[in-house]
Every structure is written in structure tokens, then in C-alpha cells.
Design a protein around this ligand. Structure first.
Ligand SMILES: [Zn+2]
Ligand SMILES: [Zn+2]
Length: 394
């Protein structure tokens, strides 16, 4: 009898461990997208449908300075007629589409956030999160900050420096979150767009947790130039500073910043270029935000991570390999007394482990590959992935 009981216990443990790991799924999402509510060139439902059809689990439409809640008629432009936006929309959504015509113009009512969410969200399958790209500037410098799960619109901020505009925006997000008791977070968009936001600007912020290490828009200079650092170098320098200041580390996000949905070329901003994979038990906004704030996610432009484990002593990582692709796993870290983040270990393989060393302060993983990205067509960019920096406790 005892044997049967212990067998039962072993079986029970096996089942519960197994179901635990099954629940711990990676949820794929894009947190930066534009529609006709601002300068995107398609209807929200058409865009959401694209992401649903391409294996994403969540999407946030982050239009400039709007949360899509008012009654708005959108007047079709000549370009929209060329793109056949209305025909495609009616084909897909039929009588759901509302149009009106005056003597000259044809207009279509844009469905509000509540409307498009109720039409397309599916429990446990596809989640739609409210967002706004709070779009401010200082002098000629663009300052764009996304607010994921925003509930009340935030107006663009006016202030006397780039840092002040950013800090005031962050403070408004924190105040709204506290007042409503609803999780939401800000992320800094494309710092090198117009080279508007510098490393020093971001170092000076308080309460900033996320920024775009990769943005798929062709005008954002992720790689920097001779004068300006790449977003990845900015990221490391900011984190060295945050660590020294006792601030939580900054996490890196990849997004599409998609605007164009009818033609796919390298000079347009299309879907499918950058996303986050969030380790979350459930497909709910609160648990996704919770996971992201713990750093339980990675940014990707095409690489899928099969296994990622962090213990007190080491990081182990394994890539889900694609046929005929070469991978390079880089363990990058900041050491006590150092000035920069350095390569601690390079593994030219699909799996690798790094054992933390005495002087390591934080470590992150970057995966490179020689696979050309799926979007845009004919790009030279290769697929990459970035995990979040881990504070080592050695
Ligand atoms: Zn922007
Ligand atoms: Zn944008």
C-alpha cells in the first residue's frame, strides 16, 4: 500500500510540475503600432487581424496622443483609395463597417478601443491592450513615450528640457497608475529618432524601466552613427549608471512601430519586425505587466528562445534553431570596477551556459544569427534576441 501511495505521489508531482511548465508559456506581442487613429494607414481591426493571424498573443495599438475613445469619422484620402482600404475592410468585416458620404467625400467611422477590443479579443487566445504614444517634443527633438495599459489619455508635455519632458510624462503615468490602482507602464520609444533623446537624458530619469532597444521603423537609427551610440550601447551605459545610483535596471523592448500595412518595403514601417516574448502564466494584461517588470521577457527580431534558466550561480540558454542558421550566444556583463559592459563569454552554438564570477554585477544575453529577417523583404538585417540584465548575487 505504501508503495502505491508513493507511486501516486510521484505521479502527482510529475503531473503538477508538468502542468506548471505548460502554464509558463511565452506570450508574443507587439507594444507599438499605429492605425488610422493617428498616422497608420489601416483600420484598427485590420491591423489586429494581421497580428492574430501571425501567431501573436497580444497587441497594443499605440496611436499618437489618443486612446481611441471619441466618436471619429475618418475621411478617406486619395492614397487610401489607391490602397483599397475600404474594400479590404468591408471584405473582412462586412456590415460591421460604418460609412457616410457627403457630396465630395467618403468617410468611415473609426471603431473605438472598446468596440475593436470586444470584436477581436479572445480569452486565453488573443489580448488587446490599450495604449497611447504620448508624443511630445522639446525644441526640434522628438520625445515619444508609450504607455501600455493606459486608462486615461495623457496630453503631450511641455517643459524646459528633454529630461524634464520625459520625467513629467513618467510622473503622470505613475500618478495615474497609483490613483486608479491599475498596472500600466511607460516605455521610451526610439531614442535615436531625430537623435532626440541621449544616454545622459535617460540616465537622469527616475522611475524609468523600459525602452526600445529595437524599433522596426526605418528612420529610428537603432545602430546609431559615428556621432551617436547605438541603442544597445546606450542601454548598457544607462544600466551601469542606474546600478551605481541604486535604481532598478532598464529593460529592453523590441517593437514594430508599424504604420504601413499595404506595401512591404524597407523604407516603410511594416509589421513583423520586432516583438517581445513574455513569460506569463496567463494571457492577461496584469500578469504580462507583472512579468515584464520582473524582467521575465526577451526582445526578438526573429530568434525564438527554447529554454532560459537563471539560478543564483548561472544563466543557461537554448535557442530554438532554424535549419541552416548559425548562432552566436554572447554573455555580456558589467564587472565591479569596470567602465563598460564587456563580452564575458561567446558561444558559437544553439545553447550555452555562463557561471557568474566573483566580480560580475549584471549579466545579459544577446543572441546573433546569420538568418536574414523575414521583414522587411530584401533586408540585410539578421535575426537577433536580447534577454534582460540579471543582477548577480555573488
Ligand atoms: Zn514615435
Ligand atoms: Zn510610433
Amino acid at each position: 500500500m505504501r508503495k502505491i501511495v508513493s507511486l501516486f505521489i510521484v505521479f502527482f508531482l510529475y503531473v503538477s510540475c508538468n502542468s506548471n511548465s505548460e502554464n509558463q508559456q511565452w506570450q508574443k506581442g507587439n507594444l507599438h503600432t499605429h492605425s488610422f487613429w493617428s498616422d497608420g494607414n489601416d483600420f484598427p481591426e485590420m491591423i489586429i487581424q494581421w497580428y492574430k493571424n501571425h501567431d501573436y498573443q497580444f497587441i497594443a495599438l499605440s496611436d499618437h496622443n489618443t486612446i481611441a475613445e471619441d466618436k471619429r469619422w475618418y475621411q478617406l484620402s486619395k492614397k487610401d483609395l489607391e490602397n483599397k482600404v475600404l474594400e479590404k475592410y468591408v471584405d473582412a468585416f462586412g456590415s460591421w463597417v460604418e460609412t457616410k458620404k457627403d457630396s465630395l467625400n467618403l468617410s468611415v467611422r473609426l471603431k473605438t478601443f472598446d468596440e475593436y477590443r470586444s470584436k477581436l479579443e479572445e480569452p486565453d487566445r488573443f489580448l488587446i491592450i490599450r495604449s497611447e504614444e504620448v508624443t511630445s517634443s522639446f525644441e526640434n527633438k522628438p520625445i515619444h513615450i508609450n504607455v501600455t495599459n493606459i486608462q486615461e489619455k495623457i496630453e503631450p508635455v511641455k517643459a524646459s528640457s528633454v529630461v524634464e519632458v520625459m520625467q513629467k510624462t513618467l510622473d503622470l503615468v505613475h500618478a495615474q497608475r497609483k490613483r486608479l490602482g491599475i498596472p500600466m507602464f511607460a516605455h521610451i520609444n526610439h531614442p535615436n529618432f531625430g537623435y532626440g533623446i541621449s544616454t545622459e537624458d535617460m540616465k537622469n530619469l527616475n522611475g524609468e524601466r523600459f525602452f526600445e532597444v529595437y524599433n522596426g521603423h526605418p528612420a529610428v537609427h537603432n545602430a546609431g552613427n559615428e556621432e551617436y551610440d547605438s541603442t544597445e550601447i546606450m542601454w548598457d551605459l544607462i544600466n551601469i549608471h542606474y546600478l551605481q545610483q541604486g535604481k532598478p535596471l532598464l529593460y529592453g523592448i523590441a517593437t514594430d512601430d508599424s504604420h504601413h500595412y499595404h506595401n512591404f518595403t524597407a523604407d516603410l514601417s511594416n509589421t513583423g519586425r520586432g516583438w517581445v516574448m513574455v513569460k506569463s502564466k496567463t494571457l492577461e494584461t496584469g500578469s504580462l505587466i507583472d512579468a515584464m517588470e520582473k524582467g521575465d521577457f526577451y526582445a526578438s527580431t526573429g530568434i525564438t528562445i527554447k529554454k532560459y534558466e537563471v539560478t543564483k550561480n548561472q544563466i543557461s540558454i537554448e535557442v530554438k534553431p532554424e535549419h541552416d542558421v548559425n548562432y552566436e550566444i554572447l554573455f555580456l556583463g558589467y564587472k565591479n570596477g569596470g567602465e563598460v559592459v564587456e563580452t564575458l563569454k561567446r558561444v558559437p552554438d544553439t545553447k550555452g551556459t555562463y557561471n557568474f564570477e566573483e566580480n560580475d554585477l549584471f549579466v545579459r544575453v544577446k543572441i546573433n544569427s546569420d538568418a536574414i529577417k523575414d521583414s522587411p523583404p530584401n533586408t540585410k538585417e539578421t535575426k537577433q534576441a536580447w534577454t534582460q540584465p540579471i543582477l548577480t548575487s555573488k
